[in-house]
Design a protein around this ligand. Structure first.
Ligand SMILES: O=C(O)CCC(=O)C(=O)O
Ligand SMILES: [Fe+2]
Length: 209
């Protein structure tokens, strides 16, 4: 089988793209950071214990339009949408990814939120990753595999400050500085997309007081 079958992730030298400047955001995008992204997608799709999380919206519980799994060090407990998530342990492959991405991002990560968008009907709504346990200026590293999808950012108050980019398979997006404080982001539905996309957002959770 492939290299990734032995958990050997083969990295390429990241070629950072120039993105239009967004006031108050700190973004970096590299399009092609590893070898054989399709093999990696297949292995992660198989090995991650996918769950259907439920979201609380306007007092109702609805199934999230995607599959998810929270993976991390034992202390990296995460609460969102008022649900507490105990992390699943790192697999050798996710550990290898964490290592390489930490090096490219110049930051440490003790957890990763894995999302599987089964097709273009799956999506993620507008939000900021601004939970208290992420700290005030989190670095979030987002690795995309599979079907290319549109990713949008928009400023919370300035309607002109917005950006839309495509995240292709094997791309790495870094969001740092005050990006989460000033911006929301989403991954809209894309009804023509039939193929799955898998996204890993690496994060550093600080133990809550
Ligand atoms: O799938 C994506 O690219 C975005 C995921 C995301 O925003 C998140 O996990 O918080
Ligand atoms: Fe997010």
């Amino acid at each position: 089988m492939s290299d990734t079958g032995n958990n050997a992730v083969v990295w390429k030298t990241p070629q950072w793209q120039s993105l239009p400047a967004l006031p108050g955001a700190q973004l970096r995008l590299a399009l092609d950071v590893l070898d054989r992204p399709a093999d990696l997608l297949a292995q992660l799709q198989r090995e991650i214990p996918w769950e259907q999380h439920r979201l609380r919206l306007f007092g109702r519980e609805i199934p999230a339009p995607r599959l998810s799994c929270w993976v991390g060090d034992a202390e990296a407990v995460y609460t969102y949408s008022r649900v507490r998530f105990e992390p699943r342990p790192w697999s050798p492959l996710l550990s290898a990814l964490r290592c390489g991405i930490a090096e490219m991002a110049g930051a440490d990560f003790n957890s990763v939120l894995c999302n599987l968008y089964r097709n273009g009907n799956d999506a993620m709504g507008w939000h900021s990753d601004d939970e208290a346990e992420l700290g005030p200026r989190p670095v979030i590293a987002s690795l995309s595999l599979g079907a290319p999808r549109r990713f949008r950012l928009r400023h919370k108050r300035d309607a002109d400050a917005r950006l839309e980019i495509e995240l292709p398979s094997g791309s790495l997006l870094l969001m740092g500085g005050d990006t989460q404080r000033h911006y929301r982001h989403d991954l809209p539905r894309a009804l023509r997309v039939q193929l799955p996309r898998l996204n890993l957002t690496f994060r550093q959770i600080h133990a809550s007081a």
